[in-house]
Design a protein around this ligand. Sequence first.
Ligand SMILES: C[S@@+](CC[C@H](N)C(=O)[O-])C[C@H]1O[C@@H](n2cnc3c(N)ncnc32)[C@H](O)[C@@H]1O
Length: 238
Amino acid sequence: MIKKLAQRILNRVKRFLLSDIHSRINTLEYRSFNRRFYAIEQCAEYLIGAKLEGDYLEFGVYQGTTFSHAYHWMSPHFENMRFLAFDSFEGLPKPQGIDIVDGYSSHFHEKQFSCSQEEFIQNIVSKGVSLDKLQIIQGWFDKTLSHEKAQEYNLKKISVAWIDCDYYESTIPVLNFITPYIEIGSVIIFDDWRCYRNHPDFGEQRACREWLESNKQIKLSELFSFGWNGIAFTVIST
Ligand SMILES: C[S@@+](CC[C@H](N)C(=O)[O-])C[C@H]1O[C@@H](n2cnc3c(N)ncnc32)[C@H](O)[C@@H]1O
């Protein structure tokens, strides 16, 4: 009798602890996405004010949480906007070169953020995203981001490029890819700008600096920052 009672109490305590852990994880996830959602909403308001036409491109979509939010906030205002999702759907590649930086790396690692294309589609459909305006480009950026491919997708103008691929090496092909399709007013968002302890010689900050150095005609102006990590720029010269 006493043993049964003790077992019941133990089970209750276990359930309570587990539900507490789950709710803490959910709160943390919500907090981290809340800032991204805010960034998407700010960006949508900016696009409406700027009357800027073009497509939304996200480089590194993972489970599609930010992507779905962008779809809901932007598509009602821009009838012709398409939503292009670029990802390996195998998670992060193995870090190479300067991305292997002990202590500064925000602990990114191979296969982190892995989510299959099927799971991505299921998630965004369950969030009400219509597949009509969608293109999914699966593969490693250094293979899929070519100008032949851009022509295949009939890419003309980018209104938003959301760059969320964590590594310096992953960001380089993205910036080279978007170069001919940005125009004055286009928004470029770097989700991981301040990863690597906000050090300018690593990650997306370094890739962006080098890109601007080799494309002197391109100039950016800061639009806003979000969370501890992200930053949005608009293009002021191409
Ligand atoms: C942090 S997650 C993206 C999160 C997503 N933007 C969101 O807000 O929900 C990073 C994604 O970048 C992708 N990725 C990183 N480097 C890549 C590369 N070189 N080629 C293809 N995908 C890459 C990973 O597969 C992963 O899904």
